[in-house]
Design a binder for this molecule. Structure first.
Ligand code: ZN
Length: 130
């Protein structure tokens, strides 16, 4: 089963917790044991799994990535968003999570994040349950 969801981001750099969207797609599929692939079809955003309990973790990730990869630098790409492309490749375009007994086999402190690096925008993600 394939689901496509829209995510509206509010900042240039933002980590949006999409775990509930993925869980809903798994429940809707009726699949109890399998895998779910969460895919980002954008070149300036990505998908990552990280801590959900402390909101300072995504904030630190956003801040440190922007320190390491500044928006303005000696880039060749003329659109002004080379930093966004670099961050996108660093976190990657997808995550795969195991489904066991109808639930995502995530760790206690893990969430699935949509990582915006060139927002605010309206974005899509594809969720494939197998
Ligand atoms: Zn670009």
């Amino acid at each position: 089963m394939l689901t496509t969801e829209t995510i509206k981001t509010r900042s240039r750099n933002e980590w949006v917790d999409i775990t509930a969207l993925v869980e809903a797609a798994v429940v809707k599929s009726g699949i109890k044991d399998g895998i779910v692939v969460v895919f980002c079809p954008h070149t300036t955003a990505g998908i990552s799994i990280n801590e959900n309990a402390d909101p300072t973790v995504p904030r630190d990730l956003t801040r440190k990535m922007s320190e390491l990869i500044p928006q303005h630098d000696d880039y060749d790409h003329s659109e002004g968003n080379s930093d966004s492309h670099l961050k996108s490749s660093l976190v990657g375009a997808q995550e795969t999570v195991i489904i066991s007994n109808g639930k995502l086999l995530l760790g206690t402190w893990q969430s699935i994040y949509f990582c915006e690096f060139d927002g605010p925008r309206s974005r899509k993600i594809h969720i494939k349950v197998v």
